[in-house]
Design a protein around this ligand. Sequence first.
Ligand code: SF4
Ligand code: SF4
Length: 394
Amino acid sequence: MAFVKLPAEVEKDIHACLQCGYCNFVCPIQLNPDRGFESWRVRGKMYHLKRYAHPGTFDRLMRRRPEITPEFVERVYNCTACGYCQHVCHANIKFNDRWEQVKEWFVTNGAGPLDRHKALRTRVIAKHNPYDEPHESRDAWIPKTAKRSRNPEILYFTGCTASYRQQKIAQDATRVLDAAGVDYDILGKDEWCCGSPLIRTGQTDIVRDEVDGLVKHNLNEIEKRGARTVVTACAGCFMTLSHNYPLYAGKPDFKLLHLTQFIDKLVADKKLKLKKPLPKKVAYHDPCHIGRHFGIFEEPRRILKSFPKSSYIEMKHNRYDSQCCGAGGGYKIQFNDRAEYIASLRVLEAKELGAEMLVSACPFCVTNLTGGAKVAGVKMEVAELVSLVAESVS
Ligand code: SF4
Ligand code: SF4
């Protein structure tokens, strides 16, 4: 890539980096045995960017400069957007945004994204979902028995994973809302991909387009339903709607809640009573995009503890120190085997603890941890918290 200026905030932060290395020991990418070298590490990538933008005296004398090579681009895309580097950074660098800005910069300058990421963009433009599924069947999961309201208080934003790949989770969400007597509606075919996989891979043009971008479309449809609160079970949708949408379109008129926050309140208000116990000894995996990014730690745990004679146990790595499942940031689509290997380590951690079931609060984590259990070769059921709640209340 010919020399081009770094995005302004990245330029500022390459000078803030102390090269102290606290970030070196937390990145899930390094759980892959051949990804431990400095060039795969956050500190190494920051140093590379700094020397690219500011070559040393000797480099200038020799009329040379470090390049942005395809190998370096691949290393930056080796990221699950887990937020751990931001959490530990001693210079307070806001990596959650910075990595996305670097990837956007790659895309703008023709150096990114990686091959499989390009397909995401094509599919979302053609079918409004990254799974290459027909848009016409986006609402096929909706049970005929779902008690949808024409004047809803709550809008359940389903997301692509639950609409196409984890439909039982979406159906269980409606069972829970029905059991609590909530006035809700679902966008169905009016919902498009929230844009998360595109934003995380730097392909933001069709997300932020002011005429027919994903943000514009989804916000219009949400507004038409008139609901004051939007609830989503997917951690990726939650992160996108709560963090990225306001960046692109300003503060929305609705309140956004993750489904675990909403259920926690329903239980506290005695609108939902958990009647049946947890089916097994359960450990909880914190999804990065609601956990480390937004501090939603206690709501899912309170729900788990509300089951009669709760058999919930705590993982060794939990809350801010939770270990990523490996799925996010566009990592799974490009490096599926590595993503499932990372997930297998999380499953083994739960197994060593004595858990019989690993529960999460994100359909995408559930998908990857299920793959991880197969890779680990251990018997471990993986489930979504909302499915356990649906079983307990019905
Ligand atoms: S966000 Fe997570 S995966 Fe990405 S570089 Fe930081 S620690 Fe590594
Ligand atoms: S912890 Fe922050 S300041 Fe230290 S090396 Fe990593 S990125 Fe740089």
